[in-house]
Write a protein that binds this ligand. Structure first.
Ligand code: DNO
Length: 400
């Protein structure tokens, strides 16, 4: 039994974690993107090759594109969506021409992942990312002023949200706002509250069925191109996997993915198995999902979350929290065996997020919350050790 292929995310030249460090982690497959290209535009072969050459200098491969972003026009099927879809197809082809064949994307409306605290202090002094419904209520009600937001929270949370918001100084209000609306991976879009309001307005009246239909229509167009190129598209689950901002969420539960694969059965239609996103809020049985979706997994993000009784969750250590990581990794090792028999491919994973710890804490705050070096290295090392133990035990090496 072979270990999974190890990956590490790199945000490009602006990433405070340089490729030389990534090379020292032992991971060989980089998850990266051309963050400078606006959503919806085509990526040229020349730009892809230039980026790839940077990795090659450190003997690293561009294993996974995370992400080729899907524009809001495509999600809404309005405006420029036809041109954006054409560009997406060209990008898939251009990437394949350079040998890059695994593409992650998400279909989350308006904002990518959501957290309310990017520096949550744990008792041991390290920091992690956290989502607190009370703080999120404060954001929705007092900053965004979203109509009807109050109805989504019980009275006790509303009272706590008011108390929390009133306790913030004007400077911390600004920082709080930025930590919620400006964490698009790899790029600072400089969104203002007014922009978010407008973006939300575009989804007025759109329910999950319509958004699903738009996702399936997008996949029906892109998957045949991906198939031609022997590429795969891997949808990233909603993070967190429950309703936020009154928006439809369509990639949260096992049934969502099963429905998506039934609607577009193309072998290029796959999932980026992100255990952290899926586990938030304890709504999903992660091992069950790994088993049920095993033949659609080429790419995985491994991390865990811990949900507290008040509904908040924080990013727990990679082998802690609610994800039964030993079981998930075991299922992925078996899925990889089947995958290599089927098509000679490996599953590539990256340690997803990590705490800010030790020397991470003495550096200027990263523009990429969750993507510290030491914290992610710890996660990688733990998962590597877990795999080695599982493989040795399975191979009878331990005489258990
Ligand atoms: C957060 C990431 C996500 C992910 C995108 C994929 O840390 O897991 O931002 O990269 O949603 O499209």
């Amino acid at each position: 039994m072979e270990p999974l292929r190890e990956g590490f995310r790199w945000y490009g030249d602006a990433d405070p974690v340089p490729l030389s460090y990534i090379a020292q982690s032992g991971a060989k497959g980089v998850f990266t993107s051309l963050h400078q290209i606006p959503y919806g535009e085509e990526w040229s072969v020349a730009d892809i090759k230039e980026h790839q050459a940077k990795l090659r200098r450190f003997n690293l491969d561009w294993d996974v594109v995370e992400s080729v972003p899907v524009s809001e026009d495509i999600k809404l099927r309005t405006g420029d969506y036809k041109r954006h879809i054409q560009n997406y197809k060209n990008t898939v082809r251009n990437l394949a021409e350079c040998g890059v064949r695994k593409i992650v994307y998400n279909f989350m409306p308006v904002l990518d992942w959501i957290r309310t605290d990017l520096h949550y202090k744990l008792p041991d002094g390290s920091q992690c990312l956290r989502f607190d419904p009370v703080q999120f209520a404060a954001f929705e009600i007092y900053l965004l002023k979203r109509e009807g937001a109050e109805a989504n929270y019980p009275p006790q949370q509303l009272a706590l949200a008011k108390e929390f918001f009133e306790s913030l100084s004007p400077d911390s209000v600004k920082a709080f706002e930025r930590s919620i609306i400006d964490v698009f991976p790899g790029c600072k879009m400089g969104l203002q509250i007014e922009d978010v309001r407008k973006m939300l307005g575009r989804y007025d009246g759109m329910g999950p069925q319509k958004l699903k239909e738009n996702l399936f229509l997008f996949l029906e167009e892109i998957c045949p191109v991906a198939e031609e190129c022997s590429s795969i598209l891997a949808i990233h689950p909603d993070d967190p996997p429950f309703d936020v901002l009154g928006l439809p969420r369509i990639a949260s539960r096992l049934e969502d993915f099963q429905q998506m694969f039934d609607a577009v059965p193309s072998p290029s239609n796959t999932i980026c198995f992100c255990t952290g996103s899926l586990s938030a809020g304890n709504r999903n049985d992660i091992p069950r999902m790994a088993e049920a979706l095993s033949d659609r997994i080429y790419v995985a993000h491994l991390r865990s979350t811990q949900t507290d009784p008040d509904g908040s969750f924080f990013e727990a250590g990679h082998l802690e929290g609610s994800v039964l990581m030993a079981k998930v990794v075991w299922l992925l090792l078996k899925a990889q065996d089947a995958l290599s028999k089927r098509c000679g491919e490996k599953i590539v994973f990256r340690p997803d997020h990590g705490r800010d710890m030790a020397d991470d804490l003495s550096k200027p705050p990263t523009p990429n919350p969750g993507y510290s070096y030491i914290g992610r290295m710890k996660g990688l090392a733990e998962i590597r050790g877990l795999e080695a133990g599982l493989i040795a035990a399975n191979g009878g090496l331990l005489n258990l």
